[in-house]
Design a protein around this ligand. Structure first.
Ligand SMILES: Cc1ncc(COP(=O)(O)O)c(C=O)c1O
Length: 405
């Protein structure tokens, strides 16, 4: 399919280009001392990462350790409660550690191992990426430092405990709003001092090249499986695919399976408390072009042009930018990005729990909430949701803040 001059038959060969650009978005805006380190990771990814041994080992790990493929589930009772539209979920909540994050962490840590690195460093918001990386580090015998804002440490206590049990060193970040952006800042600062012995394992399709590409590629297993399973189950493609977008890793991997198909692609950002700057983290909807954390994308800025404070009920979505590939897909119109607020999200969290017996992560509940809205507007058809993670980590917080509904 050719769409707005982009050849989706050869999309993965051409996007990103050799400098890490998706159109004008992406690139690597990094200090001189990190250029060699990024070059080393890029070269390792193109050589080791594409080698037969690496791919075979990753496939084996996905099957034997992660429990892939994860299933696609027909959400029959939820669909019936909404009308004629059929909703389905790709069950990344059933991936080992309870979210999609392990898909790229096993890839990144396997690459670190092949490169002879001793340690992995990362940031985490909801703690899912931290848990996934701590798991990968334990599996491969690597040291692991996870940077996490103190606000998120309080909110996501079960995940902090899991990281510690898995042997990771959780480093508390108290700067600024003490959430995801500050955790990324601190992790990058640490990495620039330790890059010889370690590799930065970013938690999403953000950061300098090659991370947005590498993380998307490691996550593409979700889209490949989902397309195959859905068509086998129903005999056709879904009318729409829907995923939540923080940095955008679960969405990028899931969407990649459908870019070349006549399928509507919808990313869902958090509208939080409302559309006023500071009350949400809907960067693609309300942001403008800018550079942050080493990449050019669409971001929310304050009056000085710096990353604006952001808010979402979901710790994994409160990031003031999104991956460059999403900015590109939005610009050419191949994907649309919409928003749902906290209330709609909590409502969807309870609906999926009560009607389907699946407690979703608050992040994933954003995608469910949007699919519910779409189903009410559409007369017929099918929507496939990427259920990026399970909600065990969120239960205490939701009960305390919203009560049992
Ligand atoms: C379950 C879950 N879904 C989604 C996200 C958002 O990340 P991304 O947009 O990179 O998929 C997170 C982040 O922590 C998460 O834990």
């Amino acid at each position: 399919m050719i769409y707005k001059n982009v050849d989706f038959n050869n999309y993965f060969k051409n996007y990103p280009d050799e400098n890490g650009y998706f159109g004008k978005y992406g690139g690597a805006y990094i200090p001189e001392e990190l250029k060699a380190a990024m070059q080393e990771i890029t070269e390792a990814y193109y050589t080791i990462g594409q080698s037969r041994n690496f791919i075979a080992e990753l496939r084996r790990i996905r099957k034997e350790f992660q429990g892939r493929p994860t299933p696609v589930t027909h959400l029959a009772r939820l669909s019936k409660s909404l009308g004629n539209v059929q909703l389905y979920a790709k069950r990344e909540d059933l991936n080992h550690t309870g979210a999609h994050k392990l898909n790229h962490c096993m890839g990144e840590a396997l690459l670190a191992k092949y490169m002879g690195k001793k340690k992995v460093i990362a940031e985490t918001g909801a703690g899912q990426h931290g848990v996934a990386l701590a798991t990968a580090a334990a599996y491969f015998g690597l040291e692991c430092d996870i940077y996490m804002g103190s606000v998120d440490i309080k909110k996501q206590a079960p995940n902090v405990a899991r990281m510690k049990i898995l042997g990771a060193n959780v480093v508390e970040v108290t700067d600024g709003l003490a959430t995801l952006k500050e955790a990324v800042d601190a992790a990058f600062a640490a990495y620039s001092k330790e890059y010889k012995d370690c590799i930065y394992c970013i938690g999403s399709v953000v950061g300098p090249h090659p991370f947005p590409m590498m993380v998307r590629d490691f996550q593409s297993v979700v889209g490949i499986e989902a397309r195959e399973q859905f068509t086998e189950m129903t005999g056709h493609l879904p009318d729409a695919v829907v995923a939540c977008v923080g940095g955008g890793s679960n969405a990028a991997g899931f969407f990649s399976g459908f870019l070349n198909d006549p399928v509507d692609i919808i990313g869902v950002e958090p509208l939080g408390r409302g559309s006023k700057l500071g009350d949400h983290a809907a960067s693609l909807k309300y942001g403008t072009e800018g550079i942050m954390h080493g990449f050019n994308s669409i971001m929310l800025k304050d009056e000085n042009g710096d990353p604006a404070p952001v808010y979402s009920v979901a710790s994994g979505l409160d990031y003031p930018s999104s991956g460059p590939e999403h900015a590109f897909l939005q610009e050419i119109g191949r994907a649309k990005y919409d928003v749902v607020n906290d209330e709609e999200t909590i409502d969807a969290f309870y609906k999926l729990s009560r009607l389907e017996g699946i407690i979703p992560a608050i992040e994933s509940s954003h995608a469910v909430a949007h699919a519910i809205k779409m189903a009410k507007q559409m007369k017929h058809g099918s929507i496939l949701i990427n259920l990026s993670g399970r909600g065990d980590k969120d239960m205490d917080y939701i009960i305390e803040k919203y009560g049992i509904r």
